[in-house]
Design a protein. Structure first.
Length: 201
């Protein structure tokens, strides 16, 4: 669960570890526009709240205000269904835990990630343009590729990311753009990272 504490008008949201439930970092959320209470994320559960969206909203609002870049990435484990079908859901659960740990290990302290359902994850990279996003997400790709082994299943990872010089008004638009780019990676052979730069206008 995610703890929400208000101090002198500032809302602090504690983001918990993707798997273990241990609090790993705290973000201040000013003028929080979303209803954020307890946040839970079971290893097989769907995204049970809007905490990542709230953090992404805060980061993108600051990026628009100060004209700083921000990157949103959407990540999907290729052929994950075959793990559940052939090896069972317990093995699938273990693989998701391994994937979460690999993602966490590859990210910087200021980055935020959450599982958003099934075998999909969203990553928010504050203060990060296209070049920086390529470095971080290639590190995530390598970390995952070396960690997610489930023979005889062939599991890989597809990542789509959009680096915004000025983010759009909604987090949903940012996530949708990254999601579409992730599917482009899947359509062109899977097991790839796609990063583009988006400039307003």
């Amino acid at each position: 669960m995610g703890a929400v504490v208000t101090v002198t008008g500032i809302v602090f949201v504690g983001i918990l570890d993707l798997v273990t439930g241990v609090e790993v970092r705290v973000y201040p959320l000013y003028f929080l526009p979303l209803s954020v209470g307890a946040w839970t994320m079971g290893r097989r559960g769907a995204w049970a709240g809007s905490l990542l969206a709230a953090v992404a909203w805060y980061v993108s609002a600051l990026a628009r205000r100060h004209e700083h870049p921000v990157t949103i990435a959407y990540l999907d484990l290729d052929n994950f269904k075959s793990v559940n079908d052939l090896l069972g859901h317990r093995r699938g659960d273990d693989l998701l835990g391994t994937a979460a740990q690999a993602i966490r290990a590859a990210l910087r302290g200021s980055d935020c990630a959450a599982r958003v359902g099934g075998d999909e994850f969203v990553i928010c990279l504050p203060e990060t343009g296209e070049a920086g996003a390529r470095v971080v997400l290639n590190r995530v790709f390598v970390s995952l590729s070396s960690a997610i082994h489930a023979p005889p299943c062939s599991v890989s990872v597809s990542i789509g990311a959009v680096a915004w010089s000025k983010p759009p008004a909604t987090v949903e638009a940012m996530i949708l753009a990254a999601d579409e780019l992730m599917y482009d990676a899947k359509r062109t052979g899977k097991n790839a990272v796609r990063v583009i730069f988006c400039e307003p206008g």
